[in-house]
Write a protein that binds this ligand. Structure first.
Ligand SMILES: Nc1nc2c(c(=O)[nH]1)N[C@H]1C(S)=C(S)[C@@H](COP(=O)(O)O)O[C@H]1N2
Ligand SMILES: [Mo]
Length: 411
């Protein structure tokens, strides 16, 4: 089933028009009109989908939305309900073309330079494997996930919910590496990772390089990882070695990492100084704007969806995912009446720790009609998913429960 034709229509039903639709008194719609609406939301002939790029040709093309060669999104209905996102469904986002697959020929020989410690040196993946081992389950989510729901239409991929997945990373704790190299130098404030992409000659590397700094405290649970969901990390996801910073947005998780440095200042790369900052609408980003680092508490419904086909009146299980960024998710509520009343959903399936998402489920009976289904989450620190997005120039950090609602027709 393909729903790419329905992404724009779903988007147009959300946001500002929701209130108008509700105010129009849809409860009064006739059965015929409902049946028509239901058949209109049934899958039509599949549009010619863009092909998967070669470096990600192994992905399951039937569930990926190809925004471009460097931006692949997972369809909302394909995020599954068993916590872990399979690698062949996981979204991909590259700011630069992926390096040549030849870098995977000898994974253990990949070298990362570690600086800002007492004894800085280059380490091979083979050496790292002898220094420690840890596994973390973590939501990997692009900073711009949900950008497609901003009415201001910021430039960048118009992601809906699928620039995110929950995956397992295995590798060595950064702490263990730092200890093995004599400990950190004092007075350093950031952990800075540099991507291993080859940059074109004759260009100031700072304009293009993928190099990001995060506050030093993020080192606590960070890994240098070589495994994703129990297999060597594919090139598309940053193999042979990736910096994993749990709780921080995708861009801070540097693929094919070639340098890890503890630094006094943030990286001078454009992607740090101007990119990935919460900038007011209509303004140019500067390094005075807040950097996009930690993820906020968020949830969304993955079923039923407008494109699930016609739903019959009666029992139905509303399900989705919820996560808290740095903190475990504690509670999820679901509304079937556009936010007028809320019921507590059950968190189901294994709890894989505070950085993973939880599946939630709520059994309801839906009568015939049009229903706006919403979910909102709260984390263990009492932070609540907000009703409204924070408007910003680049469409980052959309956690709005209103934007993430879905409208279903029950006939
Ligand atoms: N070296 C490098 N690391 C990178 C990127 C990149 O372009 N190069 N993109 C970042 C962005 S913006 C995101 S959202 C995630 C995407 O990770 P994925 O492609 O494994 O899903 O990787 C991040 N790490
Ligand atoms: Mo991203």
């Amino acid at each position: 089933m393909t729903d790419s034709t329905f992404v724009p229509s779903r988007r147009s039903l959300l946001g500002g028009s929701l209130a108008a639709v509700a105010a129009a008194g849809l409860d009064g719609l006739s059965r015929t009109a409902l049946a028509q609406a239901a058949s209109a939301s049934a899958p039509a002939a599949a549009p010619a989908a863009k092909p998967l790029p070669a470096f990600a040709a192994w992905k399951d093309g039937s569930v990926m939305i190809v925004h471009g060669a460097n931006a692949l999104e997972t369809r909302r209905g394909a995020l599954g309900s068993s916590v872990i996102t399979p690698a062949d469904r996981l979204y991909v986002r590259n700011n630069l073309p992926a390096p040549d697959a030849a870098i995977l020929a000898d994974r253990d020989a990949w070298v990362v330079q570690v600086d800002g410690v007492k004894n800085p040196r280059a380490l091979t993946v083979k050496e790292l494997k002898g220094m420690g081992l840890e596994t973390v389950a973590m939501v990997l989510q692009c900073s711009g996930n949900g950008r497609g729901m901003f009415p201001s239409k910021p430039s960048g991929s118009p992601w809906q919910v699928g620039a995110a997945g929950c995956v397992l990373w295995s590798g060595v704790p950064v702490r263990a590496v730092v200890e093995a190299l004599g400990g950190p130098l004092s007075g350093l404030k950031y952990m800075t990772g540099t991507g291993g992409e080859k940059l074109p000659e004759g260009v100031d590397p700072r304009t293009l390089m993928v190099e990001r700094s995060v506050p030093l405290e993020a080192m606590g649970d960070a890994l240098l990882a070589w495994e994703l969901n129990g297999a060597p990390i594919p090139l598309a996801h940053g193999g042979p070695l990736r910096l994993i910073v749990p709780g921080y947005t995708g861009v801070n998780n540097i693929k094919y990492i070639k340098r890890l440095a503890f630094t006094a200042e943030q990286s001078e790369a454009a992607i740090q100084q101007h990119g990935y900052r919460m900038t007011a609408l209509g303004q140019k980003s500067t390094n005075a704007d807040p950097s996009v680092w930690e993820m906020g508490v968020k949830s969304w419904i993955n079923g039923p969806l407008p494109d699930s086909g016609a739903l019959a009146a009666g029992p139905c299980v509303i399900h989705g995912v919820a996560f808290g960024g740095l903190h475990a998710v504690k509670r999820v509520e679901v509304s079937v009446d556009d936010g007028k009343t809320w019921q507590e959903a059950k968190l189901v399936g294994p709890d894989l720790g505070r950085y993973a998402w939880r599946q939630f489920a709520l059994a309801v009976k839906l009568p015939a009609g049009m229903h706006t289904l919403l979910s909102r989450a709260e984390d263990s620190k009492g932070n609540r998913q907000p009703e409204l997005r924070v408007e910003n120039a680049h469409g980052y950090g959309n956690t709005s429960w209103r934007d993430h609602g879905v409208k279903v027709v029950v006939a």
